[in-house]
Design a protein around this ligand. Structure first.
Ligand code: BDR
Ligand code: CA
Length: 329
């Protein structure tokens, strides 16, 4: 069973991802860490703690992390997530105390306490905490089983033609993370833009008929209006929940192994993730011999290419059904 540390910046889709993790029987949620991104650190941390009440989460430490990117300017996409970072539904009071540790130290403690390879990190915000973890605890990098992150893409950006928000929010951190020696699966816009919460899907979620599913519907309604207004989408992309779903059931995505690089400079390319498809290995076999020496082995990065939408929606509906009514209001 995957043991997950969820590093997030809730954020509408982060909120849905947290519910998916908590309601999924195949994920053991070990800890939740927050990072500035969709809103300030203070706001996203308050949101995470309120979500703990909505979901009925207990026995899981919640810790706050980095309040700004390593180097670049702080970007806050208020036009997408609103003034609170989670505009739409009425938020309840926090459901958990904040752990006194810095998020990076919480992650380090959990990684140390578990067997090597046991923990999967799931970052769905800027990669600042994860980069700081790699720099502060380099001896623990090898103990992390893998990272499944929402960010980037090989086809297009959303903040700029080249860059996706989570990577552009802290490109230097992203570069540190992609260069560290852990396996990474990148769940980028190529797949998340294929999973839109169009009205029929929203109705399917509402059909669960609980106070939590109603809360999710209100989140998606706000998020959807923002995406419609800003980008003309018929429904909001389920970015972060898709990364979490892929941890619960990897067959939700088709991925290929390929080296991924993060561009930190350039007038147009800062924040771009560049996938070297010349090195693509599928099913352990090099797609094109001669580019990557077989001696070098398979790249440690994988990029998500396609998604099984039905499987995704089933996982989300199942998670909400398991959570049931929490009487959080
Ligand atoms: C990512 O940016 C954030 O606004 C979302 O929460 C998601 O993690 C999509 O680009
Ligand atoms: Ca996010």
């Amino acid at each position: 069973m995957p043991k997950v540390i969820y590093d997030c910046d809730p954020g509408h889709d982060d909120a849905v991802a947290l519910l998916l993790a908590w309601g999924n029987p195949d994920i053991e949620l070990l800890g939740v860490s927050t990072v500035a991104g969709n809103q300030t650190l203070e706001k996203v941390t308050n949101n995470a703690r309120a979500l703990a009440r909505v979901a009925g989460i207990s026995g899981v430490p919640f810790a706050a992390g980095a309040d700004r990117p390593l180097l670049g300017p702080q970007l806050i996409p208020e036009e997408i997530h609103g003034d609170s970072g989670l505009d739409g539904p009425q938020l309840p009071a926090p459901g958990v105390e904040l752990d006194p540790r810095h998020a990076v130290n919480l992650i380090a403690d959990l990684v140390r306490e578990h067997a090597p390879g046991e923990i999967t990190l799931v970052p769905t915000g800027a990669l600042t905490n994860i980069a700081l973890f790699a720099r502060m605890y380099p001896e623990l990098i090898q103990r992390v089983g893998g990272i499944t992150l929402m960010g980037g893409g090989h086809h297009s950006g959303n903040m700029t033609p080249a860059a996706e928000f989570n990577i552009l929010a802290d490109p230097e951190a992203a570069r540190i993370v992609f260069e560290a020696a852990w396996p990474i699966t990148m769940v980028g816009l190529d797949v998340t833009h294929q999973v839109l919460a169009v009205p029929e899907r929203l109705a399917q979620l509402q059909g669960v008929g609980t106070d939590v599913s109603q809360f999710v519907a209100e989140l998606i309604e706000f998020f959807g209006q923002a995406y419609m207004q800003e980008r003309g989408y018929p429904g909001p992309p389920m970015h972060d929940p898709l990364a979490m779903a892929a941890v619960a059931d990897p067959s939700v995505l088709r991925t290929v192994a390929a080296d991924i690089y993060v561009e930190t400079q350039g007038d147009y390319a800062r924040g771009q993730t560049i996938v070297d498809f010349r090195t693509t290995w599928d099913d352990g076999e090099p797609a094109r011999l001669g580019v990557r020496d077989a001696q070098e082995g398979t790249p440690r990065h994988r990029v998500a290419m396609d998604v099984d939408r039905e499987k995704f929606w089933t996982l989300l509906v199942d998670a909400l059904e398991r959570i049931g009514n929490t009487n959080f209001a």
